[in-house]
Design a protein around this ligand. Structure first.
Ligand code: GRG
Length: 407
């Protein structure tokens, strides 16, 4: 198979990542309603005119758009010219998302301190990947079904997904005792572990109320699954497996649960709210799943190559926490001495430094990027099966942002 270093793990990863859903996805969706579809041009020149007509801020074509993107992707030429910057495209939809979240948290809270803590991370410093993807999928699916508007319920899902994400960050920082997040002192550092935990619970409970208000059982079940997955993904991280294969399976399942499930199920929920049929809903889910897996693989890679300044959180953190992520698991093939270190969770003096060095000496980083790219390509393939629109094109561009991100 075409995989860097002909890695056995890479082949296994490929198999495992398929989860048996893809055969169905390879068929192009046939639910396009061409007659009633709103007129949104898709050629570059007409797209420019459309964007200018609709709102000059709404769409952004050309390389300058990259500077706007919330995911810094500074690699020269990483985005082809004349592409839609998803953050620009959705600027109006995303503009007030943090204000709206803050408002709902403030409106429901009674303690001033809890209000302050729970809104601390909704300051516009995050990448807003989850709401961006949820809205982009909404608009691409709506367009595919012949509509050109974002449903209020879909916007609620975008908010809910960012709230669940932030609640999990609060809990994660408590578990990891991390002192910084997004370049500023974490909530647990500024206040306390207990208050950070409760603020996370509070955000999650308000998100749960918002889900209930959508009054859609299928959406409720779908979004509840995310919370189960997050907790179980985090729990899986506490354990380790004996063999290489078991370890990789464990890692990929954990990666899905911790990161991809939220993006996948939010995408599924907005498709359900658009009354998409099962096939189209599955497509939305798989798009989010692939983006989510790629995003976490790149996150695990950046932990080895990026600076703490760029990431806004400590780097090489995973090894220090005893975690063996994809770069280490791949590196194991070349340097089997890593196995013992993985089993003792890099606890012995010098383990972290040695493992870090071996990962850099191996092809582990390239193999991780290769696997991430495969998921991005799959996401692009899925996006390409939707009716052409700026939003559908934006879905493909998200893959570029994910694979090229520097923070
Ligand atoms: C309370 C719902 C809940 C869960 C508890 C702690 C826990 C169980 C789960 C942890 C999940 C977690 C933090 C996964 C990491 C996902 C990840 C890659 C986070 C970083 O995402 P970015 O880079 O963050 O998009 P920004 O800062 O841009 O928002």
């Amino acid at each position: 198979m075409a995989c860097i270093g002909s890695s056995r793990l890479c082949a296994r990863a490929e198999k495992l990542c398929q989860f048996g859903h893809f055969a169905q996805l390879r068929r192009k969706v046939s639910t396009t309603c061409t007659k009633s579809r709103p007129e949104i041009p898709t050629s570059t020149s007409t797209l420019v005119q459309h964007c200018q007509k609709r709102s000059t801020r709404e769409c952004r074509l050309g390389v300058a758009g990259r500077a706007m993107s919330s995911m810094q992707t500074q690699q020269p030429g990483s985005l082809p010219e004349y592409q839609v910057d998803p953050y620009r495209l959705l600027e109006d939809d995303l503009k007030y998302i943090y204000d709206d979240i803050r408002q709902v948290l403030l409106a429901n809270g009674t303690s001033e301190e809890l209000k302050t803590i729970s809104t601390y991370y909704f300051d516009g410093q995050g990448k807003a990947l989850r709401p961006m993807v949820a809205i982009l999928v909404s608009r691409a699916i709506n367009y595919h079904k012949g509509r050109d508007n974002l449903l209020p319920s879909q916007k609620q899902v975008a908010m809910i997904s960012e709230m669940i994400h932030n609640a999990s960050l609060l809990h994660d920082d408590v578990i990891d005792q991390s002192p910084i997040r997004r370049g500023k002192p974490s909530v647990n550092e500024v206040w306390s572990q207990k208050k950070a935990t409760m603020a996370g619970d509070y955000i999650l409970s308000i998100a749960t109320m918002m889900i209930a208000r959508l009054r859609n059982n299928d959406v409720t079940i779908t979004l509840s699954q995310v919370v189960t997955d997050l907790v179980q993904g985090e729990f899986m991280q506490l354990g380790s497996k004996e063999t290489e294969n078991e370890r990789f399976t464990h890692y990929l399942t954990k990666t899905y649960r911790k990161t991809a499930s939220l993006i996948a199920n939010s995408s599924k929920a907005v498709a359900m709210l658009a009354n998409a049929d099962e096939q189209l809903t599955e497509l939305a889910f798989q798009y989010g799943r692939n983006i989510g897996l790629a995003f976490q693989l790149v996150d695990d890679l950046l932990d080895f190559v990026s600076s703490s300044d760029a990431m806004g959180k400590p780097t090489a953190a995973d090894l220090k926490l005893g975690l063996a992520t994809a770069p280490v698991l791949f590196a194991c093939e070349r340097f089997p001495e890593l196995n013992a270190m993985i089993m003792r969770r890099f606890q012995e003096p010098g383990d972290v430094e040695k493992a870090f060095e071996l990962v850099h000496k191996s092809q582990g980083l390239e193999q991780t990027r290769f696997l991430a790219r495969k998921h991005c390509n799959e996401a692009i393939r899925i996006a390409n099966s939707l009716a052409e629109s700026p939003y559908q094109k934006g879905l493909a561009i998200v893959s570029d942002l994910v694979i090229n991100r520097l923070k």
